[in-house]
Design a protein around this ligand. Sequence first.
Ligand SMILES: Cc1ncc(COP(=O)(O)O)c(C=O)c1O
Length: 449
Amino acid sequence: MPRSVGPGGLPQRAHLWLNEGFPTPGLPLRGAPHRCPAMKTIQKSSKLAHVLYDIRGPIMDRAKQMEDEGQKIIKLNIGNLAPFGFDAPEEVQQDMIRNLPNSAGYSDSKGIFAARKAVMHYTQQQGIKAVTLDDIYLGNGASDLIAIATNALLDNGDELLVPMPDYPLWTAVTSLSGGSPVHYLCDESQGWIPDIDDIRSKITPRTKGIVVINPNNPTGVLYPDSVLQQIVELAREFNLVIFADEVYDKVLYDGAKHTALASLSTDVLTLTFNSLSKSYRACGYRAGWMIISGDKSCATDYIEGINMLANMRLCANVPGQWAIQTALGGYQSINDLVCEGGRLRRQRDIAYEMLTAIPGVSCVKPQAALYMFPRLDPEVYPIQDDRVFFLQMLEATRVMLVQGTGFNWPRPDHFRMVFLPHETDLREAINRIATFLESYRNKHARSVA
Ligand SMILES: Cc1ncc(COP(=O)(O)O)c(C=O)c1O
């Protein structure tokens, strides 16, 4: 941050005025600046002790500082499509604008009728059975509904099975809900597929549910139906609620087909999460939905809890809700981006080829989503602290990545990369990463010799 600028972008001097009682015209002169007698520090809640969200963490804070100093950063840290020229469909934007005058009031806490009806029809296309309007909730993105669903379910000490690596919101909200995230292994040697034996070995009397992220963030993997079926069987056997996070269900490459987990049973209670953020390139609209399916007769109390929490936050952003019906119907422009020759698919291929050409870097090729989760061979890159490593990479290259431990991966030997920038920027970014890794290898080889 330049020296003349203080917090909140205010000039340094203005910041001092605000803190020290600069005379305001028309108001009586205030006395000496007020100071707390004991200067007691204000601490964050201990509930945050196990909360981690490094996609927007210290590396991003440093990148912001560097930007304030005038440096240009290539941001490969977050799946935010619009800044890279992936526009939301025009018809969706227009319909939202047209409905803005009808959006000033709170809506029903579950959301507006037209959007929920469109989501209901979508569940019918996906083969999810017996979903009524009442089973559909709209939220401020999937994130809002994920927090509601976990808070309504978990008592202190209850366990939720969460994948490892994960999209870290799941681990964070589980902890914040008072629950304990228990991580099950997605096995890189098997193409990052969930390890069913590992899941089974981690189920205890306190296990309430299992989170399945498919297509997966951060690995970009799509799970085969046989694995999904085994997860459903486990959930049935141990009476677990399934949380199916499917926000990338239309971002699929190489002709891959996604199966909605909820379509595989009519009995297991399944909460499915989706949104306009990724498939419709509208992260900022904050428009998401949750579908409750399966046997709801055993979950009336849980559903009452969900309704209470949905009511307490009144409703989701109403302009964003108006975008949902238009998005889900009609032409699906995401298909133009993921097909052969499409921009996303081309960038996936470039990123995969360039990264895996770097010595000591390997990667399962993503079949879906916007990410890769490459491995840095610890023999070649003996990294001790991956957050420090990627902070150093940012400073040296002006390329921002997120370290693997930011996704609750237990070892400092992976990172996540977003392949959203245009081809020229993507190539430039990976070339800089390659140069940084080369200098690390050289330094390490010298220190070993
Ligand atoms: C797997 C996964 N789930 C949920 C979300 C949250 O999405 P939303 O923008 O709908 O809140 C994300 C965002 O990146 C994600 O990757």
